[in-house]
Design a protein around this ligand. Sequence first.
Ligand SMILES: C[S@@+](CC[C@H](N)C(=O)[O-])C[C@H]1O[C@@H](n2cnc3c(N)ncnc32)[C@H](O)[C@@H]1O
Length: 221
Amino acid sequence: MKPPRTLPAVDPADRAAALTLTPVSRETEARLDRFVAMLLERQSVMNLMAPSTIPTLWTRHVADSLQLLPLIPERARTFVDLGSGGGFPGLVLACALADRPGAAIHLVESTQKKAAFLRDVGAALALPVVVHAARIEDFNRKRPVVPDIITARALAPLPVLLGYVYPLLTKSGVALLAKGQDVEAELTQASKSWKITADLVPSQTSPEGRIVVVRGLERVR
Ligand SMILES: C[S@@+](CC[C@H](N)C(=O)[O-])C[C@H]1O[C@@H](n2cnc3c(N)ncnc32)[C@H](O)[C@@H]1O
């Protein structure tokens, strides 16, 4: 087994900036602190995020995930986060929604070690998460839940991502897809195969970032 790596330090000013940008309750803040501590501990033996992003992980990853909250209706209870990796945005949303009665956040992640980490955090923090250590394609074939909200970040280009979202999106469902500077080109490409009903919301954490809020999706024949 490899010895644990030495990691760059988290910048406390970045944590403060993140919590100013996307304020949360004291309870959620405490859960986020514990999640980040577990993330850093596990990052020393496996890659859960790009090491260069560790000093600014609170704005780059935590606030980037929390900014989805205002886009989520109060009635939403069932969430599916596709390709959760180290827990962005799925585990962060679970930290914030832990006190919402009936909330369930399903995290789909095919890498077994990452899925084990997601499970460990869920258990340690008593979060309302269900971890599916599976490929999205297999999860979608079984479709074990009907989500109100589907999320995905840094998973795949839109034409592929929409194929993952399509089997899960109902008439009242919404997909929140975090995208970078290539979003316009990806939308143009995707519109050859899909009729997309969506809004683009500017990211609060990255100048070129956009959240694609998908409310309707039809295949173009
Ligand atoms: C680049 S990472 C992003 C992780 C996280 N969403 C984030 O923003 O930090 C993409 C993750 O999706 C997972 N993934 C990629 N394709 C997948 C698939 N078809 N089914 C399930 N997980 C997948 C990978 O294992 C990886 O953990």
